[in-house]
Design a protein. Structure first.
Length: 235
Protein backbone atom coordinates (compact mmCIF):
# COMPACT_ATOMS: atom_id res chain seq x y z
CA UNK A 1 0.00 0.00 0.00
CA UNK A 2 1.20 3.52 -0.78
CA UNK A 3 0.02 7.12 -0.81
CA UNK A 4 -0.47 7.98 -4.47
CA UNK A 5 -1.27 11.36 -6.00
CA UNK A 6 -3.13 11.09 -9.32
CA UNK A 7 -3.08 14.21 -11.51
CA UNK A 8 -5.49 13.81 -14.43
CA UNK A 9 -7.94 16.31 -15.96
CA UNK A 10 -10.08 13.68 -17.68
CA UNK A 11 -12.57 13.13 -14.87
CA UNK A 12 -13.75 9.68 -15.92
CA UNK A 13 -10.19 8.40 -16.33
CA UNK A 14 -9.14 9.94 -13.02
CA UNK A 15 -12.02 8.18 -11.26
CA UNK A 16 -11.19 4.89 -12.98
CA UNK A 17 -7.57 5.11 -11.86
CA UNK A 18 -8.59 6.07 -8.32
CA UNK A 19 -10.97 3.12 -7.95
CA UNK A 20 -8.50 0.67 -9.46
CA UNK A 21 -5.66 1.73 -7.16
CA UNK A 22 -7.83 1.85 -4.06
CA UNK A 23 -9.10 -1.65 -4.84
CA UNK A 24 -5.57 -2.98 -4.39
CA UNK A 25 -5.05 -1.05 -1.15
CA UNK A 26 -3.45 2.23 -2.12
CA UNK A 27 -4.53 5.55 -0.58
CA UNK A 28 -5.27 7.91 -3.47
CA UNK A 29 -5.57 11.68 -3.76
CA UNK A 30 -6.87 13.06 -7.09
CA UNK A 31 -6.37 16.56 -8.49
CA UNK A 32 -7.08 17.88 -11.97
CA UNK A 33 -4.70 20.73 -12.82
CA UNK A 34 -1.07 21.78 -12.65
CA UNK A 35 -1.13 24.21 -9.71
CA UNK A 36 -3.12 21.76 -7.55
CA UNK A 37 -0.60 19.03 -8.41
CA UNK A 38 2.37 21.06 -7.15
CA UNK A 39 0.52 22.00 -3.96
CA UNK A 40 -0.65 18.43 -3.29
CA UNK A 41 2.85 17.06 -3.86
CA UNK A 42 3.70 18.76 -0.56
CA UNK A 43 0.47 18.71 1.43
CA UNK A 44 -0.58 15.12 0.61
CA UNK A 45 3.02 13.82 0.98
CA UNK A 46 2.59 11.13 -1.70
CA UNK A 47 4.98 8.23 -2.12
CA UNK A 48 4.34 8.25 -5.88
CA UNK A 49 2.75 10.65 -8.37
CA UNK A 50 0.82 9.54 -11.46
CA UNK A 51 0.95 12.64 -13.66
CA UNK A 52 -0.76 13.42 -16.96
CA UNK A 53 1.19 15.62 -19.37
CA UNK A 54 -1.73 17.63 -20.75
CA UNK A 55 -3.21 19.64 -17.88
CA UNK A 56 -4.96 22.99 -17.37
CA UNK A 57 -3.09 25.71 -15.51
CA UNK A 58 0.29 24.44 -16.64
CA UNK A 59 1.24 21.09 -18.09
CA UNK A 60 2.78 18.00 -16.53
CA UNK A 61 6.27 18.89 -17.71
CA UNK A 62 6.14 22.14 -15.74
CA UNK A 63 4.65 20.25 -12.78
CA UNK A 64 7.59 17.84 -12.90
CA UNK A 65 10.09 20.69 -13.08
CA UNK A 66 8.58 22.45 -10.06
CA UNK A 67 8.22 19.28 -7.99
CA UNK A 68 11.84 18.34 -8.63
CA UNK A 69 12.87 21.60 -7.00
CA UNK A 70 10.95 20.54 -3.90
CA UNK A 71 11.35 16.79 -3.50
CA UNK A 72 12.37 13.52 -5.16
CA UNK A 73 8.97 11.76 -5.09
CA UNK A 74 8.81 9.16 -7.91
CA UNK A 75 6.77 10.34 -10.91
CA UNK A 76 5.01 8.12 -13.44
CA UNK A 77 4.07 10.30 -16.39
CA UNK A 78 1.00 9.66 -18.56
CA UNK A 79 1.11 10.96 -22.11
CA UNK A 80 -1.20 10.80 -25.12
CA UNK A 81 1.72 11.86 -27.30
CA UNK A 82 3.61 8.78 -28.37
CA UNK A 83 6.67 10.44 -29.91
CA UNK A 84 10.01 9.54 -28.39
CA UNK A 85 10.95 13.22 -28.02
CA UNK A 86 8.00 13.94 -25.71
CA UNK A 87 8.89 10.99 -23.52
CA UNK A 88 12.55 11.95 -23.39
CA UNK A 89 11.71 15.51 -22.32
CA UNK A 90 9.69 14.17 -19.39
CA UNK A 91 12.47 11.79 -18.36
CA UNK A 92 15.09 14.53 -18.61
CA UNK A 93 13.01 16.77 -16.35
CA UNK A 94 12.97 14.05 -13.71
CA UNK A 95 10.10 11.64 -14.36
CA UNK A 96 10.95 8.06 -13.36
CA UNK A 97 8.84 6.33 -16.00
CA UNK A 98 6.15 7.02 -18.57
CA UNK A 99 3.03 5.31 -19.86
CA UNK A 100 1.40 6.12 -23.20
CA UNK A 101 -2.38 6.48 -23.47
CA UNK A 102 -4.44 4.43 -23.96
CA UNK A 103 -3.21 1.93 -21.38
CA UNK A 104 -4.65 -0.92 -19.37
CA UNK A 105 -5.09 -0.73 -15.61
CA UNK A 106 -2.97 -3.87 -15.37
CA UNK A 107 -0.03 -2.16 -17.05
CA UNK A 108 -0.49 0.91 -14.88
CA UNK A 109 -0.38 -1.24 -11.76
CA UNK A 110 2.72 -3.05 -13.05
CA UNK A 111 4.62 0.18 -13.60
CA UNK A 112 3.51 1.58 -10.24
CA UNK A 113 4.59 -1.64 -8.56
CA UNK A 114 8.02 -1.51 -10.19
CA UNK A 115 8.61 2.09 -9.08
CA UNK A 116 7.41 1.41 -5.53
CA UNK A 117 9.68 -1.64 -5.24
CA UNK A 118 12.68 0.51 -6.14
CA UNK A 119 11.63 3.06 -3.53
CA UNK A 120 11.04 0.33 -0.92
CA UNK A 121 14.54 -1.03 -1.44
CA UNK A 122 15.99 2.40 -0.71
CA UNK A 123 13.77 2.95 2.35
CA UNK A 124 14.64 -0.47 3.76
CA UNK A 125 18.32 0.24 3.27
CA UNK A 126 17.96 3.45 5.28
CA UNK A 127 16.83 1.59 8.41
CA UNK A 128 19.37 1.55 11.30
CA UNK A 129 21.87 -1.29 11.09
CA UNK A 130 25.10 -2.21 12.84
CA UNK A 131 27.19 -1.33 9.80
CA UNK A 132 27.05 1.40 7.19
CA UNK A 133 27.69 1.09 3.48
CA UNK A 134 29.38 4.11 1.99
CA UNK A 135 30.69 4.31 -1.57
CA UNK A 136 33.53 6.78 -2.04
CA UNK A 137 34.99 8.04 -5.29
CA UNK A 138 36.81 11.23 -6.30
CA UNK A 139 34.62 14.14 -5.16
CA UNK A 140 31.72 11.77 -4.50
CA UNK A 141 30.26 10.13 -1.39
CA UNK A 142 27.25 7.80 -1.56
CA UNK A 143 25.75 6.71 1.77
CA UNK A 144 23.62 3.76 0.69
CA UNK A 145 21.82 3.18 3.98
CA UNK A 146 21.00 6.84 4.56
CA UNK A 147 20.18 7.42 0.85
CA UNK A 148 22.46 10.47 0.82
CA UNK A 149 24.74 11.64 -1.96
CA UNK A 150 27.39 14.35 -1.75
CA UNK A 151 29.26 15.76 -4.73
CA UNK A 152 32.18 18.04 -3.85
CA UNK A 153 30.80 18.11 -0.30
CA UNK A 154 27.39 19.38 -1.40
CA UNK A 155 24.36 17.19 -0.80
CA UNK A 156 22.55 16.17 -4.00
CA UNK A 157 18.86 15.21 -4.14
CA UNK A 158 18.25 12.17 -6.37
CA UNK A 159 15.10 10.30 -7.32
CA UNK A 160 14.84 6.62 -6.43
CA UNK A 161 15.72 5.68 -10.01
CA UNK A 162 18.72 8.01 -10.16
CA UNK A 163 19.99 6.74 -6.82
CA UNK A 164 19.67 3.11 -7.95
CA UNK A 165 21.65 3.89 -11.11
CA UNK A 166 24.40 5.73 -9.23
CA UNK A 167 24.70 3.04 -6.60
CA UNK A 168 25.07 0.33 -9.24
CA UNK A 169 27.64 2.26 -11.30
CA UNK A 170 29.68 3.78 -8.47
CA UNK A 171 29.64 0.51 -6.55
CA UNK A 172 31.33 -1.23 -9.48
CA UNK A 173 33.99 1.19 -10.79
CA UNK A 174 35.57 0.17 -14.08
CA UNK A 175 32.84 -2.32 -14.96
CA UNK A 176 30.97 -1.64 -18.19
CA UNK A 177 27.19 -2.08 -17.96
CA UNK A 178 25.10 -2.44 -21.10
CA UNK A 179 21.90 -0.43 -21.40
CA UNK A 180 19.94 -3.67 -21.37
CA UNK A 181 21.53 -4.74 -18.08
CA UNK A 182 20.91 -1.38 -16.43
CA UNK A 183 17.28 -1.35 -17.59
CA UNK A 184 16.71 -4.83 -16.19
CA UNK A 185 18.46 -4.13 -12.89
CA UNK A 186 16.87 -0.74 -12.21
CA UNK A 187 13.48 -0.98 -13.92
CA UNK A 188 12.98 -4.74 -13.75
CA UNK A 189 11.43 -6.95 -16.41
CA UNK A 190 7.78 -6.26 -15.56
CA UNK A 191 7.48 -3.38 -18.02
CA UNK A 192 8.89 -2.46 -21.41
CA UNK A 193 11.13 0.60 -21.64
CA UNK A 194 13.38 1.83 -24.42
CA UNK A 195 17.13 2.45 -24.52
CA UNK A 196 16.78 6.24 -24.59
CA UNK A 197 15.23 5.99 -21.11
CA UNK A 198 18.58 5.04 -19.62
CA UNK A 199 20.39 7.73 -21.63
CA UNK A 200 18.04 10.43 -20.33
CA UNK A 201 18.51 9.35 -16.70
CA UNK A 202 22.29 9.19 -17.09
CA UNK A 203 22.34 12.71 -18.54
CA UNK A 204 20.25 14.03 -15.66
CA UNK A 205 22.42 12.20 -13.11
CA UNK A 206 25.58 13.70 -14.57
CA UNK A 207 24.03 17.17 -14.45
CA UNK A 208 23.02 16.78 -10.80
CA UNK A 209 26.52 15.65 -9.82
CA UNK A 210 28.02 18.80 -11.34
CA UNK A 211 29.71 20.29 -14.37
CA UNK A 212 33.13 19.80 -15.91
CA UNK A 213 35.70 18.36 -13.54
CA UNK A 214 33.02 17.12 -11.15
CA UNK A 215 31.89 13.65 -10.09
CA UNK A 216 29.45 13.67 -13.00
CA UNK A 217 32.42 13.24 -15.34
CA UNK A 218 33.14 9.86 -13.75
CA UNK A 219 30.07 8.36 -15.46
CA UNK A 220 31.58 7.47 -18.81
CA UNK A 221 29.89 6.45 -22.04
CA UNK A 222 31.34 3.33 -23.65
CA UNK A 223 30.18 3.81 -27.23
CA UNK A 224 28.22 0.92 -28.65
CA UNK A 225 28.08 -0.82 -25.27
CA UNK A 226 26.74 1.24 -22.37
CA UNK A 227 28.18 3.03 -19.32
CA UNK A 228 30.83 2.64 -16.65
CA UNK A 229 31.94 4.52 -13.56
CA UNK A 230 35.61 5.49 -13.60
CA UNK A 231 37.76 5.78 -10.48
CA UNK A 232 40.26 8.08 -12.17
CA UNK A 233 41.45 11.18 -10.37
CA UNK A 234 39.58 14.37 -11.22
CA UNK A 235 41.41 17.69 -11.65
Amino acid sequence: MARILVVEDELELAELIRRDLENVGHRVTVVHDGPAAVQSATTADPELIVLDVMLPGFDGLEVTRQIRHLRSTPILMLTARATELDKVVGLELGADDYLTKPFSMRELQARIGAILRRSDVIRNQSQPRETTEVIRAPRLRVDVLAHEVQSDGVQVSLTATEFSLLRLLAGNPGRVFSREYLLEEVWGDEVAVFDRTIDSHIQRLRKKLGGNGSAGDLIETVWGVGYRFSSRTLP
